[in-house]
Design a protein around this ligand. Structure first.
Ligand SMILES: [Zn+2]
Ligand SMILES: [Zn+2]
Length: 363
């Protein structure tokens, strides 16, 4: 079928939006009409060269919700018309990690990045050239393995759930699943973008007493306060470690680094109290390293990583939707701006400007 997709050709170049040819779903695959898809920093990381780009040309996008249009052979869990949210990791159900309820670490997909599990791709240019892809949600339609989808209630406003599979599960999950923040504790968050805001609202859900939002862009602080931050620190004007030390009387119980840069990861570690936990949430640069002093580490501190919020999507996504229905999870406030697919580059400019919580593309 003919569809329209956003294609990444090379770092530091605008994304190209083009009509493309999409092959129907093969065995175990599902064709989804994308309802809404978030402009997420982890796509941008390939554009700005922070991480090595996957195989190019690549149909981008991974944070999305949509409606099933067609299912391939052997697919029984989904049917046309089902509302679905995309999960960024596979859930093969068979590997060591899935078998021990660590779905976010699933290694059941043996194909290299940019290919379907069978080693081929479903997208081609109109000239017949291969287009690589992961979930390829920056597209009117996409085909994905059924293990990347979670069915959600049919009465749901499906557009609202676009960010659940990335920003929400990564942020809220880091707090409740990975670090397991205890009620009454103090929390500090480096970076108040889409994921950082979800760390903040995760800390509210966990019952944190103090939530300190740190960023270099003052424009982020109204969002941070709206999502539950009790204090803000402008790191372009103040040393964030000193500020957290002062606000928490000697260090936070939990710190979260949602930027993915070694210097801020080190700051997050330095700002914990003895017995505290520093949790790395931001995607680190390819080959990046950080060093921490052993004396403080010895005092029961932990430096941990959180990948995709240590989430169990089939349990966590319906939980998030229930929290949203009860008014305890902010999803509407996360969608600051809507744009058509043709404005994908502007959507990333919105993200870099710090003017939005998330720009949502409706292809
Ligand atoms: Zn993402
Ligand atoms: Zn698995």
């Amino acid at each position: 079928m003919r569809t329209r997709s956003a294609i990444f050709y090379a770092a530091q170049q605008p994304i190209s939006v083009e009509d493309v040819e999409l092959q129907g779903p093969q065995s175990g695959e599902v064709l989804v009409r994308v309802a809404a898809t978030g402009a997420c920093h982890s796509d941008y990381h390939a554009i700005d060269g922070h991480i090595e780009a996957a195989t190019v040309p690549l149909v981008m996008g991974h944070e999305a919700s949509g409606v099933v249009e067609e299912v391939g052979q052997g697919v029984s869990a989904f049917a046309p018309g089902d509302n679905v949210v995309f999960a960024i990791r596979p859930m093969c159900g068979k590997c060591k990690y899935c078998s021990t309820n660590r779905w976010n670490l699933c290694n059941g997909n043996k194909a290299p990045r940019g290919f379907m599990p069978d080693g081929t791709t479903r997208f081609k240019t109109l000239d017949g050239d291969t287009l690589h892809h992961g979930l390829a949600t920056f597209s009117q339609h996409t085909v994905v393995p059924e293990w990347n989808l979670v069915k959600v209630a049919d009465d749901a406003p499906i557009e609202k759930f676009a960010s659940i599979g990335c920003a929400v599960v990564t942020g809220v999950g880091a707090v409740v699943n990975t670090a397991q923040v205890k009620q009454g504790s103090t929390v500090a968050v480096w970076g108040c973008g889409g994921v950082g805001l979800n760390v903040i609202q995760g800390a509210v859900i966990a019952g944190a007493a103090k939530i300190i939002a740190i960023d270099v862009a003052e424009s982020k602080f109204p969002f941070a306060r709206n999502f539950g931050a009790t204090d803000t620190v402008d790191a372009s004007k103040h040393d964030p470690v000193e500020a957290v030390m002062e606000l928490t009387d000697g260090g936070a119980d939990y710190t979260f680094e949602v930027i993915g840069k070694p210097p801020t990861i080190r700051q997050a570690f330095d700002a914990t109290c003895a017995g505290g936990t520093a949790c790395m949430v931001g995607v680190p640069p390819s080959g990046g390293e950080v060093s921490v002093p052993l004396g403080p580490l010895f005092l029961d501190r932990r430096l941990i990583g959180s990948s995709a919020g240590t989430g169990s999507p089939r349990v966590d996504f319906p939980w998030f939707i229930e929290l949203y229905r009860q008014g305890r999870l902010k999803l509407d406030e996360l969608q600051s701006r809507y744009r058509p697919l043709d404005e994908i580059n502007e959507a990333f400019e919105d993200m870099l400007s710090g003017e939005v919580a998330r720009t949502i593309v409706r292809p």
